[in-house]
Design a protein around this ligand. Sequence first.
Ligand SMILES: Cc1cc2nc3c(=O)[nH]c(=O)nc-3n(C[C@H](O)[C@H](O)[C@H](O)COP(=O)(O)O)c2cc1C
Length: 258
Amino acid sequence: MKGIIYYFSATGNTKWAANKFKDNFKKEDIVVEVKSMEKADNIDIAGYDFIVIGTPVHAEAAPKFVMDFIDKLPEGQGIKAIVYSTQGANSAAAADIISDVLEKKGYTIMVQTYIKISNNYYFGVGKEPTLEKITKNLSEAEKKISRVTSEFIKGNQYKNCVSLIRIAMGKISGKSFNRYLPKISTKLTSTDECTKCGLCLRNCPHKNITFENGHAVFHTYCMMCTRCIHICPKNAIRYKGKKIKQTQKSMIKALNLR
Ligand SMILES: Cc1cc2nc3c(=O)[nH]c(=O)nc-3n(C[C@H](O)[C@H](O)[C@H](O)COP(=O)(O)O)c2cc1C
């Protein structure tokens, strides 16, 4: 068996999980390639026996960036799929929504699951994740990934599902959030501590950042992925004028951003 994992990860959680899936498959001599959706120019699934899709949750749903990628995937022709989301809460509608689209494209959903890690947008909604909580979540996440991979290898289906009402609400909340994004962009600013190192500018998934008058400037294509906030070496990016504790500092290293 040979598989491919396509993930989007703004601040490392979803990439961390992708690597854990890879490690678990490797233990069973199953080769899995791990590819970022951001770098996937030509999406190819030919020659693979299964595909894994990993997404963070933004407002209950997957970011538009991920849904656009799903739309571009070729017809599945029965190929097996694993769909997982990472999020701050126990569950979300994102994986159900993606699975639904993939099924219509002819993929066979074998695993659909949610992996709780940490909320990188705690300063917008929710609570700041403590190091203790993150460590506990990672340990639980590791066990869950090992369990679902093992079920998949045995040929068993493993599906976590939210209610139909929650799926419907998730679709609405995802769409409303997308409409609100240009306004959210205006809440980002940078301070004089910005050294124009370019890390945020080079790695913004939507190319939303430029340098003007000695500062990072945020335009209206922001997807509020929070990467720039968590990656800034000087912690010089403000949200609604507030300094944000960079709780993703260790997870974001998984992305090897330069
Ligand atoms: C704009 C935004 C909205 C979010 N909404 C939710 C949400 O509705 N439910 C949830 O549990 N987590 C939510 N999160 C938290 C992320 O899903 C979570 O931190 C995820 O693991 C980040 O993955 P990444 O590090 O791979 O980008 C949100 C994060 C962002 C940036």
